[in-house]
Design a protein around this ligand. Structure first.
Ligand code: NDP
Length: 351
């Protein structure tokens, strides 16, 4: 490895979705100069959500992509550096941590993992092109767009059952399409959907295809026992067949739960001192932007403290921050960082 490609960093944040960006903002304000490895496309899962109505501070719905852009701009105003590279391999065995990307090798005092989780897909032909346009993987995000309309949800686990109940508050009718004749999810959730007047359960049923060329026009379903086919004239298809946390690059380096999510404590610490995780990669239950952002803030506060207390940590990089008070850019980071130190100790002592 050419030394030119070996970069020393205080803090590397792997992932540039709401969890990673929120962590970067908090870390930068704490005087750390984080480097975010963003992956080839910025923003994470949220960029695939057409509009968010439930992120506080936005009385009008905001597009997922637009929210990411604003978070990114906010991070860059604090001097956060973003690289459009993906972590391919990590080594957490030493006192310093190594992250390899296609572009080089990074050595860091501390790491925050914010790689997210992706919804499992059915693999239907138009599933990807209709995403955000009739096909959704998040009822909490999109249910309100289907007020008084008929929708279908695929899956028989806790998520599908919980989301079906949530959808039923908005939609005129909800079809649950499940491939077996028994739910996988908790009995209490199953009983709840069975009691709802506007929920119909289609057992032993699968989706054959999505109808419509450019515009979503319903689905074709089939019974996998009788082979009987029929069209469902629904306006939306929700897919809730599980999520896959993105932990491929961590291979055997960190403790995961049975479903592959990173195990963290309440303060976002993993089993490795100095390595933290936030957002959906450690959250099998909620998968919400606001929660990812909150856990990112916690991870950054913890990582900043860890770096401050570490004896041989690398010096923080000099970065340019936008000086909000002056309305222009600060000459270097040190002045601004000093100004920000008061903010850090205040927030930590309040915690
Ligand atoms: P699960 O893996 O539990 O369930 C996935 C469901 O999707 C199953 O019913 C499965 O069918 C179905 N499925 C999978 N692949 C396909 C496919 N290709 N075509 C059709 N159907 C398919 O995932 P969940 O997201 O529901 O839950 C994940 C974890 O999160 C669980 O441990 C759950 O308990 C937890 N959770 C907890 C909640 C809580 O309130 N605490 C809320 C939500 C989730 P089959 O049953 O036939 O395998």
């Amino acid at each position: 490895m050419n030394d030119k490609n070996r970069q020393e960093e205080n803090l590397i944040i792997i992932g540039g979705g709401p969890g990673g960006l929120s962590a970067s903002i908090y870390a930068a304000r704490n005087g750390v100069a984080p480097l975010v490895l963003n992956g080839p496309e910025p923003g994470g899962q949220i960029t695939t959500t057409s509009e968010l109505e439930n992120y506080p501070g936005f009385p009008e719905p905001i597009g997922g992509f637009e929210l990411t852009q604003q978070m990114t701009e906010q991070a860059e105003n604090f001097g956060v550096r973003l690289k459009y590279e993906s972590a391919e391999e990590v080594d957490f065995s030493g006192d310093k941590f190594t992250v390899k990307t296609e572009g080089g090798e990074y050595i860091a005092d501390s790491i925050i993992i914010a790689t997210g989780a992706e919804p499992r897909t059915l693999g239907l032909e138009k599933e990807d092109s209709m995403r955000g346009n009739g096909v959704s993987y998040c009822a909490t995000c999109d249910a309100a767009f289907f007020r008084n309309k008929e929708v279908a949800i695929v899956g028989g686990g806790d998520t599908a059952l919980w989301e079906a109940t949530f959808l039923a508050k908005f939609a005129a009718k909800v079809y649950i399409i499940h491939r077996r004749d028994k739910f996988r999810g908790a009995k209490i959730l199953g009983d709840r959907v069975k009691d709802k007047e506007n929920i119909e359960i289609l057992w032993d049923t699968e989706v054959e295809n999505i109808k419509g060329e450019k515009k979503f026009e319903g689905i074709r379903i089939f019974n996998n026992k009788t082979d009987e086919e029929r069209d469902l004239d629904v306006k939306g298809l929700f897919i809730a067949i599980g999520h896959k946390p993105r932990t491929e690059c961590l291979k055997g380096q960190i403790e995961l739960d049975d479903h592959g999510y990173i195990l963290t404590d309440k303060k976002q610490h993993t089993n490795i001192s100095g390595v933290f995780a936030c957002g959906d990669v450690q959250d099998p239950d909620y998968r919400q932007v606001v929660i990812a952002a909150g856990s990112g803030a916690k991870a950054a506060i913890e990582a900043s403290e860890y770096i401050e207390e570490k004896e041989n940590s690398f010096p923080a990089k000099e970065v340019k921050m936008k000086n909000h008070a002056a309305g222009d850019e600060a000459k270097d980071s040190s002045d601004t960082a000093k100004k920000e130190e008061g903010g850090l100790s205040l927030s930590l002592s309040l915690d």
